[in-house]
Design a binder for this molecule. Sequence first.
Ligand code: M6R
Length: 362
Amino acid sequence: EKGGYKHYMAKEIAQQPTVVGEVLNAYVKDDRIAMNLGGIDFADVDRLSIVACGTAYYAGLVAKYWFEHYARLPIDIDVASEFRYREAPFAPKTLGVFVSQSGETADTLAALRYSAGKVDKIVSLINVPESSIARESDVAVEIHAGPEVSVASTKAFTCQLTCFAIMALKAAHDRGHLDDTGLAAHLADLRQLPGLMSHALTIDTATKEIAAKLAEARDVLFLGRGQMFPLALEGALKLKEISYIHAEGYASGELKHGPIALVDKATPTVVMAPHDGLFDKTVSNMQEVMARGGRVVLVSDARAAKEAGDGVWQSLALPEAPELIQPILYAIPAQLLAYHTAIAKGTDVDQPRNLAKSVTVE
Ligand code: M6R
């Protein structure tokens, strides 16, 4: 049931502080990680091979930044439809990690079956414990999002990310890159998520106004750098899925290598840029867009928006947050921009044309 919301998507966006809180309750006990990974010690792991489709793939892409940065663990990441036919060789001591909300995505399941017996263990992040992917894994980590009905994935993404953040911290701890105090500090950061996500949801009205303008565009660019790059991809995917506006996500640094040719007055650029170590670089990319007459929607926090200076067309301010949890928080504006743009365009938000919730054929 929609529980008073106009669409399942709106309900599922609003549920995120609660379900992310449930993930934390399930897998974090005080200053310790209590995620059952069937005895995996990341000190004995040399590589992760993450495979998924769509939004679940973007969750894996964020995880790559976390595992590399915090745990110094090399990550391979692929979309399942490419991975399954590539006959990729595996290095020894590799874990296969498969991410799927439904647990029934045909390509992801085929990729899992290809990897079985070739990697040390099959780990999956799933929302449906009885699903095929869960059943065929050595370890199935439940993401605790609850039923997701809207075709556009929202709360599954933030729950997948929260699970991955916890796993990456466990890996960092197991591998000696994080001591008990450091771990406790990062877990405290994660615990801020439900509160910060509730706060982030209050941008709803401001987002509606921006969305009314985005609805007039034929094309929209999304830019992000570092761990915000996958969020740019996710923002673009959400927008194209439900509003049918052509959208592209790019790493900010790639702008000059092609996409800047698209910039004109009619093509808004959404810049996902919290105040992180790469902020100044992203601002200079943003200025390049503005210098060519492009209109920028800056999704950031108040301090960063102030530092970014004048000339921004529209801006959305989220609460400031520790770096680890920024990608999880920035999923909310990505989702809300798409949601309100789709409403402004009058499309079928929960059942967009040509798409199915679960893609069980390749
Ligand atoms: O059930 P899965 O997580 O395996 O689904 C993967 C994709 O099909 C899914 O994330 C799709 O991209 C969504 N419609 C995105 O909103």
